[in-house]
Design a protein around this ligand. Sequence first.
Ligand code: NDP
Length: 349
Amino acid sequence: MYQFNEYQASEHRYDDEKILYKRCGASGLRLPKVSLGLWHNFGSKDNYDNMKALIFTAFDHGITHFDLANNYGPVYGAAEENFGRIYEQDLKPYRNELIISTKAGYDMWPGPYGNWGSRKYLISSLDESLKRMHLEYVDIFYHHRMDPETPLEETMLALDQIVRSGKALYAGISNYNGERAREARRIAKELHLPLIINQNRYSIFDRTIEENGLKACAKEAGMGVICFSPLAQGELSEKYLHGIPADSRVARDGRFLHKEDVIQPEKLKAIRALKDIAGERGQTLPQMALAWVLRDPEITSVLIGASKPEQIVENLGVVGHTEFSEEELQRIDAIYQSIAGLLDGHRHV
Ligand code: NDP
């Protein structure tokens, strides 16, 4: 049996409402400019009390949006289960204040129906996610990646059925390029499906959405963009400048971020140079890295991860200081260009 606690959300959580929330494309939904993802630190071996501290710290500071996927863990499903436990114990009274998203599209269960973008996979996966999270509906359900084989009509019709059945309020797509996103949006329009958001990686170190047409498509289609790994999984901080700290992602869970990538001397030099610019702006490097993503009017939210509650508080310091001078942007671009070749070879997710 669950033990019910007595979490009371801070009464000041919406004090910064005017600066914290932004409309998601042309939709009616406003998202916090900083959202929290549960990809790491919510697995079956992670500390449950820390998970609660992360979620409560976020919500107490006005972060209303929590992002999951069917296979976040490890083990697959564990992040949804842990979130579901916290929800059941403490967050349930706040359901109407929360935007909870999940996804399906990557490997989840064995056999031909536990991956990619078929109607069979998406509908059964969301049913399982809802059970794990003790929810009747999610706010956003995403197709997690492009499927080169399943017809896009089938995937979009599955999302449409999911929304019409009340199991999700909005639909989204993740890791799509501009061309596929445009096609998805066209089909969604015909169906009157609220396909309102793209979830893609974007950071000072990863400019893919500028190159593959996604950002341009989102603007043209009035869709929002929420950017994952805006800190390049923690590389855009000071933490790896003097080795690998024992409590860092590389040391604790290096499935997608490897030691040999974070200790490259050229990259560390670039990070030091970025840190200098952040200092001149009166920001920490993570704050500047998040500001760099949010500087763009097309971007709705930065989707951060955190291993400690203090990181969330530090990162929220970005809100209200997302303007850059032309000179700052040029200096950041020059640093990026100096290691761009290095970065291209090390995109793991
Ligand atoms: P980030 O780039 O924000 O990296 C988060 C990590 O950076 C933290 O876990 C922490 O790592 C470190 N960190 C955060 N803040 C600070 C700080 N202030 N100072 C120092 N270090 C800091 O994002 P993630 O890569 O975690 O991705 C965020 C979310 O995006 C995921 O949880 C998921 O929801 C989503 N996502 C979606 C994908 C998709 O395909 N749609 C793919 C990947 C992610 P440490 O442990 O070292 O402290």
